[in-house]
Design a protein around this ligand. Structure first.
Ligand SMILES: Cc1cc2nc3c(=O)[nH]c(=O)nc-3n(C[C@H](O)[C@H](O)[C@H](O)COP(=O)(O)OP(=O)(O)OC[C@H]3O[C@@H](n4cnc5c(N)ncnc54)[C@H](O)[C@@H]3O)c2cc1C
Length: 522
């Protein structure tokens, strides 16, 4: 996936079948669906792929136990089916994760246990394992740091877990493998219109400042919480369709949950769901649900949100985390739908609308259902733009790097078949096997791979989304930043000024991922 080669294709000036605005889960899914049907597809992302909400999820591929509690059966069944397909098509990226629900009240075991049995049943032959009722001893073996006071037992169930940005990069590569042009750091700034009908976009390469006029038969707005901005670029009077709501996660060391089992608290004292999930040798704990006025690409965790998560997880653990234990805090905004607009296709989870100008907007949904959202969106685009009807093939389409027998113990597992290329680089130049930071397994060869093949152009792209250091330990990522900048500068032919600018910008960004505790200084 080479940025320059992709940019060169824009210069040919041809008309595209489908142009996608937004390179998060939704837009990338649309690009994969469209390109794999054989449509000429181009995608533009204003920052890096998955810089927005799609890098800030709880990392679950799930039917949604919460929706089950709300009785939203159709939604759960659809999501469970998508969970199964995601695992089948990306076995190198999605793991089977077991969860324990601790039971402190007598009614919790039958209530959640039978609900989760129904969850298993709904997954049918795409199920990940049977729900089990656990004794007190079995519960504490699975999650030894659970507070035993008043604990009666637990329930074990299964869902999927993944690395959201890895999936995003591999979706971009899958789209590229099928001939799509996918570009990061390209901002769509305006529409091209022929007698009020959208016939393309005006887009600027933020790295060079060069502007392009791109003609396309269908233009798709897949900008998540930024959907309103794009709708108003088309029609300044367009009604708002998004109500953003933010959620935060705290990242803690593994000692707070040393086994590989996650904890799920279905209902905290104020009625929220709380997860503590093992992830890349750390634990992520979250989340919150705070309505916000305006969408933000780098939303900030509020002190009350951090306090909320800390206080609630302390109620369930023997070793109680404090501010000083937080390695990183990340915050994302949910693209929740307001439910207005002319609905062309509707499921209870996502909505596709077509504006008077022909702009197709896809809103709502979740990471787990990205494939289904994409299929529905491309179906609408085909009709709207009079493209030849070709059925979607993504239900059985392997995702880039597909590797059936994935060894999840390998540090490079999530590259799938691409790990061979990284290992070959190390064989050729053993110094590329050196770690970037003592506390993390990431090696120098991964920077080379990210720059050459994964369109990594800023040090943040590597530290936040090719590796996950920013999300796993913000302070360690700041320590690694100068080395990453140095290596990337060599590969990208950049000078000392670029290195300084990159490191300074990165340090500023990383402060947002550290709690407000003044004892932690960057
Ligand atoms: C706290 C939290 C936890 C979650 N946990 C889970 C989970 O565990 N499992 C799950 O399935 N789902 C989860 N979700 C939901 C899931 O993360 C989102 O539904 C999904 O990531 C949304 O993707 P998106 O592509 O629509 O939006 P985004 O990822 O925000 O992508 C939109 C992109 O559009 C780009 N853009 C905007 N304007 C322009 C422009 N003018 N030109 C070019 N590009 C532009 C932005 O830069 C952005 O990258 C969670 C959500 C949150 C907030």
């Amino acid at each position: 996936m080479k940025r320059q080669e992709m940019t060169d294709q824009l210069k040919l000036g041809d008309e595209w079948d489908i142009c996608v605005i937004g390179g998060g889960a939704t837009g990338l899914g649309v690009a994969v669906d469209a390109a794999s049907r054989g449509f000429r597809t181009v995608l533009f992302e204003r920052f890096d792929f998955a810089k927005g909400t799609s890098s800030r999820s709880t990392k679950l591929v799930h039917g949604g136990v919460r929706y089950l509690q709300q009785g939203n059966i159709r939604l759960v069944m659809d999501a469970l089916s998508e969970r199964g397909l995601m695992m089948k098509n990306a076995p190198h990226l999605v793991k089977n994760q077991s969860f324990v629900i601790p039971n402190y009240e007598w009614w919790e075991s039958p209530f959640y246990g039978f609900g989760l049995k129904a969850y298993d049943w709904m997954a049918g032959n795409l199920g990940l394992g049977s729900t089990e009722f656990l004794s007190l001893e079995e519960t504490l073996t699975a999650a030894p740091t659970l507070d035993p006071t008043g604990l009666r037992g637990g329930i074990r169930y299964h869902d999927g877990q993944f690395d959201d940005t890895r999936m995003a990069i591999h979706l971009a590569m899958t789209a590229a493998d099928h001939g799509a042009v996918v570009l990061n750091y390209f901002t769509v700034e305006d529409f091209i219109k022929d007698s009020d009908e959208i016939s393309g976009v005006v887009v600027t390469d933020s790295l060079t400042g060069i502007q392009y006029r791109i003609r396309a038969k269908a233009v798709i707005n897949a900008t998540g919480v930024f959907s309103d901005t794009i709708l108003r670029m088309d029609d300044p009077d367009a009604a708002s369709v998004i109500s953003p709501s933010q959620g935060i996660h705290l990242v803690l060391d593994k000692e707070f949950l040393p086994e590989d089992t996650a904890i799920m608290i279905p209902r905290t004292d104020d009625g929220r769901v709380l997860f503590a999930v093992p992830w890349h040798h750390k634990i992520i704990v979250g989340t919150t649900d705070t309505p916000v006025e305006h969408p933000d690409i780098e939303p900030l965790a509020r002190e009350q949100e951090i306090d909320f998560v800390l206080q609630h997880i302390r109620d369930y653990l023997t070793k109680e985390p404090t501010y000083a234990d937080i390695r990183s805090v990340f915050c994302g905004q949910r693209p929740l739908m307001k439910g207005s607009g002319k609905t062309a296709a509707l499921s209870r989870d996502h909505q596709i609308t077509v504006s008077g100008s022909g702009l197709i907007s896809i809103t709502g949904g979740k990471w787990t259902t990205y494939r289904r959202m994409a299929e529905d969106t491309v179906n609408v685009a085909v009709q709207r733009a009079d493209l030849p009807m070709k059925p979607s093939v993504t239900a059985a389409l392997p995702i880039h790097g597909y590797l059936e027998e994935t060894d999840f113990e390998s540090e490079l597992y999530y590259y799938g078949t691409d790990q061979e290329h990284i290992l070959a680089m190390v064989r050729e130049e053993p110094s590329l096997g050196e770690q970037i930071h003592d506390h993390f397994p990431y090696i120098k060869a991964e920077i080379y791979w990210a720059v050459y093949e994964e369109m990594c152009v800023m040090i943040e792209d590597f530290l936040a989304r090719r590796s996950r250091m920013l999300f796993l330990d913000a302070k360690a990522s700041v320590e690694a930043a100068p080395l990453v900048a140095q290596l990337m500068a060599t590969l990208l032919h950049k000078d000392e000024a670029w290195i300084r600018q990159q490191v300074d910008a990165y340090n500023l960004l990383a402060k947002n991922y550290l709690p407000t505790d003044k004892s932690i200084n960057v």
